[in-house]
Ligand binder design. Structure first.
Ligand SMILES: [Fe+2]
Ligand SMILES: [Fe+2]
Length: 280
C-alpha cells in the first residue's frame, strides 16, 4: 500500500494591514482551509500586498498564515520581496527585502521529501537579479535534483506562458536565461509538476511529461491591465494528490468567493503610475 499525500496550493493572498478590499475572499479561503485534512499547504507567493514596502503587511500575513490545518510552506512573490530592476520594478529585490521575508515568513527556497516525492520550493524573485543568493539557489537546486524521487517544483512566476522556448514575457514569467537553466537542471530529474502563482489565473497545461499548473489567486483577479494569457481568471485553490501513480491536480472553488478585479482600486493601491503594470 503506497502512501498518498494531499497538498493544497494557495496563492496570491495579497494580505494587507491597510486595505480590506479583498478580505472577504482571503477569509473564505482561510475558513475553507480550516476544515481540510491535508499534509501540506503550499503558498506560491504574493502572500502580502506590500511586504516589500511595509513590515505591517508581513505581520498581517503572519497572522493570516497562523493556525493552518497542516504544515504551511511559502515561496515569495514580487509583492513580498520586490522584482527585477531590469523590468523597472519600483521595489528591486535586495538584501533587506529578502531578510525581511526570511524573518517574517520563513525560508524563500526549501525542500521536503514526503510520501516518496521530493517537493522543492524556489525563490523565483532571485532569478536574473545577480544577487549572490541567485547562484546559491542554482547550486542548491542542482543538488536537490540529484534524486531518484519524482519531483514537484513550486515557485511564484511561471517559467513560461505558452512554450518553454518562447521569448521574454516581461513581467509575467521567469526570464528566458534563468528559465533555460532551470529547465536544463529539471531535465536531469524526474520532474512531474511545476506549480506557480502570480498570474491570478488558473490553467493546467501538459508539456512533455510535466504538468504546468497555474494556481489561482485567493484575493483578486486582474482585468484589462493584464494581456490575455489563456486559462481562467477565477479565484480558488488547487489540490495536488501525490501517490506512487503520479500527481493529480484539481481546481477547487471554496464557498464565499467573489471574483473581484483589482482594477477599480488600482489607483488607491498603486498611486504611482510607474507601478500600473505591476499589479499581480
Ligand atoms: Fe506576483
Ligand atoms: Fe499576485
Amino acid at each position: 500500500m503506497g502512501s498518498v499525500m494531499r497538498v493544497i496550493q494557495i496563492s496570491d493572498t495579497h494580505i494587507s494591514a491597510e486595505h480590506a478590499f479583498f478580505d472577504r475572499n482571503t477569509r473564505a479561503i482561510k475558513a475553507w482551509l480550516l476544515g481540510q485534512t491535508c499534509d501540506l499547504v503550499i503558498h506560491t507567493g504574493d502572500v502580502s500586498m506590500d511586504g516589500a514596502g511595509a513590515a505591517a503587511d508581513f505581520e498581517a500575513s503572519g497572522r493570516w498564515l497562523a493556525d493552518m490545518p497542516c504544515e504551511t510552506l511559502c515561496v515569495p512573490g514580487n509583492h513580498d520581496v520586490g522584482d527585477l530592476a531590469s523590468i523597472k520594478a519600483a521595489q528591486p529585490v535586495d538584501d533587506q527585502r529578502i531578510a525581511a521575508w526570511r524573518s517574517a515568513i520563513g525560508p524563500d527556497y526549501w525542500v521536503r521529501d514526503r510520501a516518496g516525492w521530493r517537493l522543492i520550493g524556489l525563490d523565483a524573485m532571485l532569478l536574473a537579479t545577480g544577487h549572490p543568493d541567485e547562484e546559491r539557489q542554482f547550486d542548491w537546486l542542482e543538488q536537490q535534483l540529484r534524486t531518484s524521487l519524482p519531483v514537484a517544483i513550486f515557485l511564484h512566476k511561471p517559467l513560461f506562458v505558452d512554450h518553454p522556448d518562447e521569448g521574454p514575457r516581461g513581467y509575467w514569467t521567469v526570464l528566458p536565461e534563468p528559465r533555460r537553466r532551470i529547465l536544463d537542471l529539471m531535465g536531469r530529474a524526474d520532474v512531474k509538476l511545476v506549480a506557480s502563482g502570480h498570474l491570478h489565473i488558473h490553467r493546467q497545461l501538459r508539456h512533455g511529461a510535466i504538468d504546468y499548473v497555474w494556481g489561482p489567486a485567493a484575493s483578486f483577479v486582474v482585468g484589462d491591465s493584464q494581456e490575455p494569457l489563456g486559462g481562467e481568471r477565477k479565484l480558488g485553490v488547487v489540490e495536488h494528490v501525490f501517490s506512487v501513480d503520479g500527481v493529480t491536480s484539481r481546481f477547487i472553488r471554496p464557498d464565499g468567493l467573489e471574483d473581484l478585479t483589482i482594477d477599480p482600486v488600482l489607483h488607491i493601491l498603486y498611486p504611482s503610475p510607474a507601478r500600473d503594470e505591476q499589479v499581480a
